[in-house]
Design a protein around this ligand. Structure first.
Ligand SMILES: [Zn+2]
Length: 426
């Protein structure tokens, strides 16, 4: 992998800019979107660290003219990215059910048999592998987070605290034999060296083995204006067309692809070794056709996406500044990572949003990354009585409004920023 090293914000070691496409190595890269630079989206700040400056890094999105891959080229050092990371375990019932359905679908589609080896890259607490284990398979998790890996192992899902790549794949194959299935969820968007991971998968798979990955889907980002999912942890915004070429260049082939609802819309892709036994079912071509029909194989549609986002920004700012001028008080609801992108790009600091409430006790008492808006428990709504709640976790707008019906009953109003600015009650 070639990567140019340039100084950004004077932080030459914390962030480097690639000079080539992450998928194909092409160098004809067109900038299609320039969001406001931000600190790492999860870098919430404790009170005693408020005086320490937080570096901001570019959020420029590029389109590869050779393969169509949409990506960030600025790669923030993972050490910096996860320094102040507020880890929230995802073991909600919804999440567990998702993985149960996932395992069932994959066992059926790949024709997996008991006794085969299932390996999960970025296996977290081992929830997905638990379902493969129930199906009678041998399982092994790989996750660099030591505490999580040790905990999963203790609960019966053997997990190695390591980074996956070709050297580790060879070791696993030597010790455990080839894998019937390798899974990677929300890994393909997060890792800079996708070629290295894919070479490892190829080295590990049995001749009839299947690689299944799930990533946020560019079509959903585009259609549902999920621009705030663009932050430094998400290096890649995948679509099927570029991935088909990428797998082919790494001795593999995609034979199926489907849209799944996780994370506001994701892509689940199935790949096998080149010439493997699994028959293509036309789903790959169908999604490529969809991507082309939306214009996502050209830079121009994505530039239009940027103009649409800036239009939302202008109308939201006009509304909020008008409310402030009338003496209204505005608080934010929800402090997900993506709120950092939204607040920076929409220019919303503590002068507009007085405080943010969030249900996670891990974030309460901290301050938002860079802008330092205080994060408080939901009880602050009744105590401080803001006039408006700006729903920053806007993908959950409906349940948030239902849960806070009392706020509305007492005259409070909700503002939903995206996909278009809406006020409830109007
Ligand atoms: Zn490319």
């Amino acid at each position: 992998m070639e990567a140019g090293r340039v100084s950004t914000n004077g932080e030459s070691s914390a962030c480097r800019r690639r000079a080539d496409c992450r998928l194909c190595g092409g160098r004809a890269l067109t900038q299609v979107l320039s969001l406001a630079p931000t600190p790492p989206a999860n870098a919430f700040v404790p009170k005693d660290a408020l005086a320490k400056p937080q570096a901001r890094f570019p959020l420029d999105v590029f389109f590869c003219e050779s393969c169509g891959h949409v990506q960030l080229l600025d790669v923030v050092d993972p050490k910096v990215l996860f320094e102040n990371y507020v880890y929230v375990s995802g073991t909600s019932p919804v999440f567990v059910r998702h993985f149960e359905n996932y395992a069932g679908a994959v066992v059926a589609r790949a024709g997996l048999k008991p006794g085969g080896l299932a390996l999960d890259i970025g296996s977290n607490d081992g929830t997905l592998l638990g379902f493969f284990q129930k199906a009678g398979m041998k399982v092994l998790g790989i996750d660099p987070a030591r505490a999580i890996a040790a905990d999963a192992t203790k609960r019966g899902i053997e997990t190695w605290a390591d980074f996956f790549g070709a050297p580790l794949a060879q070791r696993i194959r030597a010790e455990r034999g080839p894998a019937a299935i390798v899974t990677a969820n929300n890994v393909f968007a997060h890792i800079d060296d996708l070629g290295g991971v894919t070479d490892g998968v190829r080295a590990l798979l049995a001749p009839d083995g299947v690689f299944v990955f799930e990533v946020s889907y560019l079509v959903d980002v585009y259609e549902h204006t999920l621009f705030d999912t663009i932050y430094h942890e998400h290096l890649a915004y995948h679509s099927v067309g570029p991935l088909v070429r990428f797998f082919a260049a790494h001795g593999m082939e995609m034979f199926a692809a489907e849209r799944v609802p996780s994370h506001g819309g994701s892509l689940r892709g199935y790949a096998q070794l080149r010439g493997g036994p699994h028959k293509a079912d036309g789903s790959v071509e169908k999604l490529i056709a969809l991507e082309k029909s939306l214009g996502l194989d050209r830079a121009e549609a994505l530039k239009g996406f940027g103009r649409k986002i800036d239009g939302v920004r202008d109308s939201l700012r006009a509304l909020l500044l008008d409310l402030k001028a009338k003496g209204k008080r505005i608080a934010g609801f929800g402090a997900p990572a993506k709120a950092t992108t939204l607040m920076y790009h929409f220019g919303l600091g503590p002068d507009v949003v007085e405080f943010i409430v969030d249900d996670s006790p891990l974030k309460q008492g901290l301050y938002s990354p860079g802008l330092h808006v205080p994060v408080l428990p939901a009880t602050a709504i009744a105590e401080q009585k803001p006039d408006y709640l700006l729903i920053l976790a806007w993908n959950f707008a409906r349940p948030i409004m239902e849960k806070n019906a009392r706020f509305a009953a007492q005259g409070g109003r909700f503002i939903i920023p995206l996909p278009t600015v809406e006020v409830y009650p109007p």
